[in-house]
Each structure stands twice: as C-alpha cells, then as structure tokens.
Design a protein around this ligand. Structure first.
Ligand code: HEM
Ligand SMILES: *[C@@H]1O[C@H](CO)[C@@H](O)[C@H](O)[C@H]1NC(C)=O
Ligand SMILES: *[C@@H]1O[C@H](CO)[C@@H](O)[C@H](O)[C@H]1NC(C)=O
Length: 381
C-alpha cells in the first residue's frame, strides 16, 4: 500500500513539477560534505581514526567496510538498513544470501557510532558513517580519496527480499548484473569501476566453486578462467567441503587498492565469474577494463565518481531545515513578474517535504493534555 501510494505520488509530482526538486534526489542535491560542519565538526576525523585503527589490526577490514556500504546502498538506498537486527515481523538483511556468513565489520561501525555519540549525541547517522568508512577504507589501502556528500538519515526498516534480489550474485550473467546496477541508477561505467573494489578483500570457496568444476553444466571448469590458476584454486576449494575457505580477490596485491584487479582480468585470472564476465561478455566493459589496467589514475578518478554516485542512491533526507534549504537554489529568484510561478514552486517543495515525511514515518498518536511539546510538534508535521 505504501509502495503503490508512493509511486502514485512520485508520478503525480513529476508530472506537475517537471523542473524541480527530484533532480536533487538522484544527483545528491540534498547531500553535501559540510553537513556536520557545525553540528559535529570532528565527525570525519573520528570515523577515520577508528577505521585506521581497525585496518591496522586487520587489513581485510578495509575491504569489509567498503562492501558494507555497497550492500547497504543497493537495498532501499544508503540508509543503514543493513545494520538492523530482526525484530517482530521485520527480518534482518544480515541473513540474506549475499550477507550470511560473509559480510563483516559491524563491530567497527558500532565502535565509530559509540565514539560519535560521545562527541555529539544523536547527530551523525549510521548511513553517513558507512559512506565515510568506505571512503577511508579505500584511501587507507592506497586508493583514491574523495569528499563524501553527507546528510543521509537512517531507516527503521530492513528488506531481506531486497537484499536477496538487488545485490548481484557472483554467478549472475553479465546482463543480470548490469540490470541490477541500472535498477539503482548506475551504468556500465560505474559497474566496471566499482567492481575494481575487488582489488582488495577475500571471497569464500563457495562463491566461485562452480567455476572450478562445472561452470556450464558440462562437468568442466570455466573456459574463461586460466586453467593453471583454476588447478591452483582447486587445491583449497574442493568439490565438496571447505565452503568457508578464503581466497584473495586480487592474488597479486591482495591488500593494496590498485589496478591489479583489472590486469588479472586481462590474464583470465579474475576470481569470481562476475569479475571475468566484464572482459568476456561485453565489448564496452572489456574496453573499460583495458583502460583501467593501463592507467590506474583513470581508474581512481572514475572509482571516486562512481562511489559518490552509489552513495547517493535514494538517501533518506528531509525533515531538517538544511535539506529544505538545499532545494531552494532550484527555485528561480522572485522578481516583479514571476510571483505566480515562484509561489507554485515553493508550494511544491513544501508538499514534497510533507509527503516524503509521511511516507517514511508512521503517523504519531493523537496528542492529549499530557503530551510533551515534542510530541505536539511531531503531530503538527
Ligand atoms: C558487480 C557485482 C558484484 C558481485 C557479483 C560481487 C560479489 C562479491 C562476492 C561473492 C564476494 C565474496 C563474498 C564471500 O565469499 O564471502 C565479494 C567480496 C567483496 N566485494 Fe563484491 N561484488 C560485486 C560488486 C561489488 C561492489 C560494487 C563493491 C564495492 C563498491 C564490492 C566490494 C567487495 C569487497 C571489498 C569484497 C571483499 C570483502 C571482504 O573481504 O570482507 N563488490 N563480492
Ligand atoms: C548460482 O548459485 C546459486 C547458489 O550457489 C545456485 O543456487 C544457482 O543455481 C546458481 N545459478 C546458476 C545460473 O548457476
Ligand atoms: C496521552 O497520550 C500518551 C501517549 O501519547 C498515552 O500514553 C496516554 O495514555 C494518553 N493519556 C490520556 C489521558 O489519554
């Protein structure tokens, strides 16, 4: 019901407000790097120091934190829904196929949140922490850095089915993977660049076993996989058993964020099927892999851009004055001749804020004589 109402409203708004507001939703108009500049000036420093400590203790943690942000953003947007535990009828995303026995790093996010609550209580969202930790993990392992647009709000709901369906699987076809990226507003350039995350971190035997023994149902290893590399992998990833055995996604420089991932793909030594299909199934992605293998700077530059784009996937915002302010530049200045149009634009902005709020929050109970002023204000909204 909420879903269909929501799409009805979105369609209605788009029809009547073709030039306004929603542009912000996809290009991150609501989010901006200085969001905590006043409310928590040390936020970024604190995140970085906890991430640095965790990565110094366990290098793989950088990869795990980077992946957490990805698995958060592909399910209902970057809203920290991946952190929620099951309650009542709501099932945690932690038990989905892509996440179960696989995602890690929650204790680091908890530690960051704890440190931030001490410095500035109830200020920095977990969705923003995930985005910052992903950036810091990348730069701490030798990759690029970028300014992270901030101001996401955290969700109160999770989606187990969304986690199962929206996050690509390692044995998905190229077309399926690309379709899942497009569903998030990401394109083939983002797909190739972001797959470059697999320059760090590990995968379990169970995530690529099929390639080693029976890729196409014919009892043979994947032809797209270097056969001596395959033989080497089989020694620790047997036909049965050893599901959780770990392998480097980039066997050349497994803990360094560089462009060896792309060089490996060109040598038919991508670990996952989803990695190798980037060079075997599509001309355009193959050419991008070649470019990034030849020029790491090009890869770094695109990676930063694509991470910002991924971080902008339908963030929950609004409900705070800064978000309203960020709409205003989209409205033309009031002059002697445009009052009617100006008023209409302002009205639409305010209505969108209301609808956005109404769709996300359940209605508060009716206030009564003993209600707090806070409750009254909430009800008025
Ligand atoms: C293109 C589709 C993608 C597929 C099919 C895919 C699949 C996987 C799989 C199967 C693993 C190993 C999980 C395990 O065995 O426990 C993995 C690990 C990883 N993925 Fe992806 N992934 C994709 C895209 C991405 C993106 C977009 C990012 C980040 C922006 C990312 C970051 C990572 C990292 C860093 C690891 C290592 C995690 C660790 O060591 O803890 N992946 N991925
Ligand atoms: C992909 O892997 C899953 C889990 O191992 C399996 O159930 C599914 O059949 C595989 N899909 C294909 C197309 O091989
Ligand atoms: C007033 O509202 C609060 C919660 O909103 C509720 O717990 C309380 O029972 C109500 N009191 C009366 C007198 O209705």
């Amino acid at each position: 019901m909420a879903q269909s109402l929501s799409s009805f409203i979105v369609v209605t708004i788009l029809v009547f407000a073709p030039t306004l507001c929603f542009a912000g939703k996809s290009n991150g108009g609501y989010l901006y790097p200085q969001f905590y500049g006043r409310s928590c000036p040390k936020a970024q420093e604190i995140v970085k120091s906890v991430v640095a400590k965790a990565v110094a203790k366990d290098t793989r943690m950088a990869a795990s934190l980077l992946r957490l942000h990805f698995h958060d953003c592909f399910v209902k947007g970057c809203d920290a829904s991946i952190l929620l535990v099951s309650t009542g009828s709501m099932l945690s995303e932690k038990r989905s196929n892509p996440n179960r026995d696989s995602v890690r790093g929650f204790e680091v996010i908890d530690e960051i949140k704890f440190a931030l609550e001490k410095e500035c209580p109830h200020t920095v969202s977990c969705a923003d922490i995930l985005a910052l930790a992903a950036r810091d993990s990348t730069s701490l392992t030798g990759g690029p850095s970028w300014e992270v647009p901030l101001g996401r709000r955290d969700s109160k709901g999770a989606s187990l089915s969304g986690s199962n369906n929206n996050i690509p699987a390692p044995n998905n076809t190229f077309q399926t993977i690309l379709a899942k990226f497009k569903l998030q507003g990401l394109d083939i350039v983002d797909l190739v660049a972001l797959s470059g995350s697999h320059t760090i971190g590990n995968a379990r035997c169970t995530s690529f076993r099929q390639r080693l023994y029976n890729q196409a149902g014919n009892g043979l290893a994947d032809f797209a996989l270097d056969q001596s590399y395959a033989a080497q992998l089989r020694t620790r990833c047997p036909k049965s058993g050893g599901d959780q055995n770990l392998f480097f996604l980039d066997f050349v420089t497994p803990t360094k964020f560089d462009n060896n991932y792309f060089k490996n793909l060109l040598a038919s030594k991508g670990l996952l099927s989803s990695d190798q299909v980037l060079v075997t199934k599509n001309q355009q992605s193959m050419e991008l892999v070649k470019k990034y293998a030849e020029n790491y700077e090009l890869f770094f530059e695109q990676f930063a851009k694509s991470m910002i784009k991924m971080g902008n996937i339908s963030p929950l915002t609004a409900l705070n004055p800064t978000a309203i302010n960020s709409y205003l530049p989209g409205i033309e200045a009031l002059s002697g001749t445009n009052f009617k149009k100006w008023k209409e634009q302002i009205r639409i902005v305010l209505e969108i804020m209301d609808l956005d709020y109404a769709l996300r929050e359940s209605a508060p109970t009716k206030p009564n004589d003993t209600s707090s002023t806070e409750h009254m204000a909430l009800y008025e909204k």
